[in-house]
Write a protein that binds this ligand. Structure first.
Ligand SMILES: [Zn+2]
Length: 101
């Protein structure tokens, strides 16, 4: 579950990552559905999370803020509500088992 941004508080940045994640030589797999690619990266308070199409999300300690910054170019969309953002991006869990890219 994504923490709701507190009023005036934390901003969550997200970026789609269609490929495989392979930090330090270990392939990242979703422990819920075993997907191996097509991720959403989330960053809040300099902590990086990975979210799967199935809706499973976890903090990925092997991915640091520098990695996120390398993949995040600029904010082209914004949402006031985290849940709405995830639904709009196709990461609300309704596409479990489906690769878009
Ligand atoms: Zn999954």
């Amino acid at each position: 579950m994504v923490p709701e941004p507190a009023p005036g508080g934390a901003v969550i940045r997200v970026v789609e990552y269609p490929g495989e994640l392979n930090p330090r030589g270990t392939l990242v797999l979703c422990s819920s559905c075993r997907a191996s690619r097509d991720w959403l990266l989330l960053e809040t308070r300099r902590r990086v999370f990975v979210r799967c199409r199935c809706g499973y999300e976890w903090e990925e300690g092997e991915l640091d803020i520098d990695f996120f910054e390398e993949n995040f170019s600029y904010a082209d969309r914004s949402w006031g509500d985290a849940e709405q953002a995830l639904t709009d991006l196709g990461f609300g869990g309704e596409f479990a088992g489906i690769y878009f890219n």
